[in-house]
Design a protein around this ligand. Structure first.
Ligand SMILES: *[C@@H]1O[C@H](CO)[C@@H](O)[C@H](O)[C@H]1NC(C)=O
Ligand SMILES: *[C@@H]1O[C@H](CO)[C@@H](O)[C@H](O)[C@H]1NC(C)=O
Length: 352
């Protein structure tokens, strides 16, 4: 079939929903109460031990650099491995697999911590993620340790429920003087807005360009950009294209539609945020713009307003700050780590 558009695992979104709206339906959280309780505990108790890098390095790009620098300056670090919940293995993003294997072997031989959990209470930042390897050290790092990488991650480089992605960072932040409208009723100009990086080739982009319901802009002026976000009901993202503006879109009340070619499980903070209530994930094949239009037009006003408000609330947790603020992207990454801190530690034989 040439015209094929199917919803993936979030298909329930577009099914008729129960007419009764509970106040909690606007919450972007899987469990808001649990989040706040756990978050307070985390602030009080979370401790991380960082191994000294063999050579000093930095991450060349945000958000990895923002996370790393914030962590180094944070009160979460401890010099005492005995009180650490997690161990951070820092290494430069251009480390070869061979050097990385050597690094893990050294940790294993020189410190008692790796062997206790075979790396399960260790984490690392790798912007692109790491692949499977036959080397024992790399395999344990891949399978057991918590990987932090950039959203979206190449297929196979991300293990759901263990690994974490960093929310995208937009290098040209929007002017803050303007504030988002409360009303979605103004959003009448465009059904869908795509801020195109001019690179990701897609038949779909050409279809959008030829359709007056869609607005496609390349590298526009920030002012136009804000106006386009405000005037469009939905913001369209090609999963492998430019997603840096996704948080802006949500903050400005433009509901994200992520066009994907397979089910994805690497959205930021999936264990905390109810993405299915604030974004649509759709699979669109060739000729799909028309079907996409039907699908978007099929979202009820009520449902749309809910998604929009949940997205606007969630965007506060997805924003990176030079100086970390409570519950911002940095702290939410820390919270994801905190949720993953329980690993079974094996006592060493001589102590049993
Ligand atoms: C960890 O276990 C390996 C064997 O798997 C052993 O060679 C190594 O010495 C152990 N490390 C420590 C610090 O005891
Ligand atoms: C939103 O819409 C309602 C009615 O549709 C209107 O009364 C209200 O003033 C609007 N709010 C803003 C901020 O424009």
């Amino acid at each position: 079939m040439a015209l094929t558009l199917s919803l993936l695992f979030l298909s329930f979104l577009l099914l008729p929903q129960s007419p009764c709206l509970s106040p909690t339906s606007l919450s972007p959280y899987l469990s808001g109460a649990t989040l706040l309780h756990n978050y307070e505990n985390m602030l009080k108790t979370f401790k991380i031990f960082i191994y000294t890098p063999s050579t000093p390095f930095h991450f060349p790009h945000a958000p990895a650099s923002l996370f790393y620098n914030s962590l180094l300056r944070s009160p979460f670090l401890t010099h005492s491995p005995a009180e650490a919940h997690l161990f951070f293995v820092p290494f430069s993003p251009d480390t070869s697999t061979r050097s990385l294997a050597r690094l893990i072997r050294q940790l294993r031989n020189n410190h008692p911590y790796w062997n206790r959990t075979l790396g399960a209470d260790h984490f690392f930042v790798s912007p692109a993620g790491i692949d499977y390897s036959s080397d024992r050290n790399l395999l344990e790092l891949k399978k057991n340790s918590i990987q932090i990488s950039l959203f979206p991650v190449t297929s196979g480089y991300f293990i759901p429920h263990k690994d974490i992605t960093l929310p995208p960072f937009n290098p040209s932040p929007l002017p803050l003087s303007d504030t988002p409208d409360e009303n979605s009723t103004f959003k009448t100009s465009f059904l869908g807005y795509l801020r195109w990086d001019g690179k990701t080739e897609s038949n779909l982009v050409n279809e959008f360009k030829g359709d007056a319901d869609f607005l496609v802009e390349e590298k526009s002026e920030p002012l136009n950009y804000v106006r386009s976000l405000k005037e469009s009901k939905f913001c369209l993202f090609l999963y492998h294209g430019d997603v840096a503006w996704m948080v802006d879109a949500m903050a400005w009340g433009c509901v994200p539609v992520v066009i994907v070619d397979r089910p994805i499980q690497d959205l930021p903070f999936m264990d905390t945020l109810r993405w299915s209530d604030m974004a649509l994930l759709v699979a669109v094949r060739r000729g799909g713009a028309e079907r996409l239009k039907q699908l978007l037009n099929g979202v009820s006003e009520e449902q749309y307003v809910e998604m929009r408000e949940a997205g606007m609330a969630a965007s506060n947790h997805l924003v990176w700050k030079e100086e970390p603020q409570p519950l911002d992207a940095f702290h939410m990454v820390m919270y994801q780590l905190w949720l993953r801190r329980h690993a079974i530690r094996y006592a060493r034989r001589e102590f049993v």
